[in-house]
Write a protein that binds this ligand. Structure first.
Ligand code: AMP
Length: 458
């Protein structure tokens, strides 16, 4: 299986020991509802994990939750709310949103605030090894001491300008140095050998990954925006502390979900929350939409494109339903009168080749389209035997478990079931009318009317 590695800028054979994969993906900073840009990243990694598991890897998928951060504190102050309560309120919303989107492969969510001892120990280790220093305002990582700083992003040290998460401070030896511990005695704070305060953003991740995975692990993921400075800082911290390199074998980054060419983000205010989107489209449609683009490429969001995705998904699901319906029919041919088994095998080869080539879901989906197109013809002509239909159903179920949306549409089975039930009820009512049992027939009509279903007798 080939996976693109941001570190080498190349696709590489996936290298892991004993088929066991330790995967860490940066989780959200929980100060607001999650938006569909976040969902793009987490759906992508969900499918990557599903596929790795399908291929026989045992994956431990760890995510952190940034539940202490300047943005959280700012929002809490605006709301007059306790920062930790606010963070945990939005963490709950995030986990609910992920469940709605069928993103359900994270093994453990690790809150920063529950790993203060590990964070403090790692900072102490960096001070002891002379990679960090204590000042009146905080403890800082001495970027110049780590010669390879920026090796992931290939960016120059001078690019490490102060940004929202890295405050400038005259106490720093160099403006490029970033905070490991910010001293302060306003809530929320924790005690440390350097006084009251709270951790910087980058250190929480390496403290968490070190405590669950050790100093080196297999895959680290996140959105493209995290490469610099966040992931470069993680490399510097952990490789400096452990003396071991590389921190991870494979770096994977997702492209942005954009709105009119601009990254969807909370700070730009151009976001649609997952909850808002799910009022308009089903979670399956959003997953299908996300997977129609390769995980590293940008996606341009518009309702129009989502509507197209909805129609495309419906077409595939209708074929899935057609296969199931056909399978239940009695008049099937004993032998296939078509080369559908070859087509099924071709489809499987194309689908899995695409997934093995850096999880290329758009190519995998287009092979599914091609197959369903051919399949429809054979289904309409009643050319497929029961055994082959059973093979097709098994394959569709297998693909379904990788993509995380239904192909042999349970949803449409649900709505068809109500259609079928309604047919039975109207047939019975018709019988009653023919027997002139008007009271009972009227009662059925009135009861249906109370469910907003109107029957017209013609
Ligand atoms: P944050 O809470 O901002 O740290 O974001 C959590 C994760 O979502 C990170 O991996 C981000 O890179 C990712 N993310 C945020 N916005 C977008 C977007 N518009 N498109 C794709 N991923 C995003």
């Amino acid at each position: 299986m080939n996976v693109y590695n941001t570190m080498t800028r190349e696709k590489e054979e996936l290298k892991v020991n004993n088929n066991k994969i330790k995967l860490f993906v940066c989780g959200p900073t929980v100060y607001d509802y999650s938006h569909i840009g976040h969902a793009r990243t987490y759906i992508s990694f969900d499918v990557i994990v599903r596929y790795l598991k399908h291929e026989g890897y045992s994956v431990f998928y760890l995510q952190n939750i940034t539940d202490v951060d300047d943005k959280i504190i700012k929002r809490a102050n605006e709301n007059g709310e306790n920062p930790l309560e606010l963070a945990h309120r939005f963490e709950k919303e995030y986990i609910e949103d992920m469940a709605l989107l069928n993103v359900n492969n994270v093994n453990f969510y690790a809150r920063a605030t529950e790993h203060m001892d590990e964070i403090i120990n790692q900072i102490q280790d960096l001070i002891d090894k002379d990679f960090a220093y204590d000042t009146p305002t905080g403890v800082y990582f001495n970027v110049d001491k780590f010669e390879e700083f920026g090796k992931l992003s290939n960016r120059n040290l001078d690019d490490l300008q102060s940004n929202v998460r890295v405050q400038t401070d005259i106490n720093k030896r160099d403006s490029k140095d970033f905070a490991l511990w910010k001293k302060q005695d306003e809530e929320p704070f924790w005690d440390s050998p350097w006084g009251k305060g709270r951790p910087g953003w980058h250190i929480e991740d390496t403290a968490i990954t070190e405590s669950y995975f050790g100093p080196q692990y297999d895959i680290h993921g996140g959105g493209l925006d995290l490469i610099f400075p966040h992931h470069d800082a993680e490399i510097a911290q952990m490789e400096a502390a452990s003396g071991k390199s590389p921190l991870v074998q494979h770096w994977m980054h997702t492209g942005f979900l954009n709105v009119r060419g601009e990254k969807m983000s909370k700070s730009l205010g151009n976001f649609i929350t997952i909850k808002e989107l799910l009022k308009l489209f089903s979670p399956e449609v959003y997953r299908f939409f996300v997977l129609s683009t390769h995980y590293r490429s940008p996606i341009d969001f518009s309702e129009e494109i989502l509507k197209q995705a909805e129609n495309s998904l419906k077409r595939i699901q209708n074929t899935g339903k057609h296969v199931l319906d056909k399978y239940c029919e009695d008049n099937l041919p004993e032998e296939d009168n078509t080369c559908v088994v070859d087509e099924l095998n071709n489809f499987r080869t194309n689908f899995f080749d695409a997934m093995n080539n850096d999880f290329n879901t758009p190519i995998a989906l287009s092979s599914l389209f091609d197959f369903t197109h051919l399949l429809n013809k054979s289904l309409n002509n009643n050319e497929i035997s029961k055994n082959t239909l059973s093979l097709i159903i098994d394959t569709l179920k297998e693909i379904e478990s990788i993509l995380g949306f239904s192909l042999i549409a349970e949803e449409s089975t649900g709505s068809d079931l109500s259609d079928d039930l309604l047919n039975i009820i109207t047939d019975v009512r018709q019988e009653l009318r023919s027997k002139k049992e008007w009271d009972l027939a009227d009662k059925i009509r009135d009861d249906l009317a109370s469910l907003d279903i109107s029957l017209e007798d013609k």
